[in-house]
Design a protein around this ligand. Sequence first.
Ligand code: ATP
Ligand code: MG
Length: 179
Amino acid sequence: MRLFIAILLPEPVREALSELRSGLPGARWVEPEALHLTLRFMGEVDAGEAEDIDAALTAIHVPAFDLAISGIGSFQSRRRVRSLWVGLGRSEPLERLQGKAESAVVRAGFEPERRKFKPHITLARLKKTPVGHVGAYMETHGTFAMAAFAVTGFTLMRSYLNRDGPHYETLAKYPLHGP
Ligand code: ATP
Ligand code: MG
């Protein structure tokens, strides 16, 4: 099974982000209920490994914290814009939680992640969208910001890569504790 660790977003945040889901031809918008912030992607694991990851994540104890969303960015490769995302304000508690998730996964027997953590919430995947359209979209929405929201937990997610796009299932929830 294909697993990753994520922070899911509260309903009002998903609703606010839904306002960004238009005005870009060729974009495949992430369904509001699927919007998430990935802390760690493990990829394909077997049932025993999934149990070890779950046990290690259960041992994480960090206080709940607030997270601010601001700005829109993109990932590019081979001179094309591949995805659009909303960014997160720099957050020490978020980095601490991500660091703990990373160590938990390593403790469960996985290789450390080599890429630097770049927190983002993917809004859309793009196929052959002309750069001009992306530029116009950015001009309208690029400075998007909204009130901070409370992160009260994180989740172990399973991903199914279907022909009509990815589908995510929550396998386990790990509540954070009062600040
Ligand atoms: P698709 O791959 O079809 O575009 P997806 O990326 O949403 O869909 P997955 O590839 O299963 O689905 O990824 C699940 C989550 O993990 C996504 O948030 C994705 O951005 C993130 N992710 C995937 N690969 C990595 C990676 N190598 N490093 C960090 N995060 C990753
Ligand atoms: Mg992917």
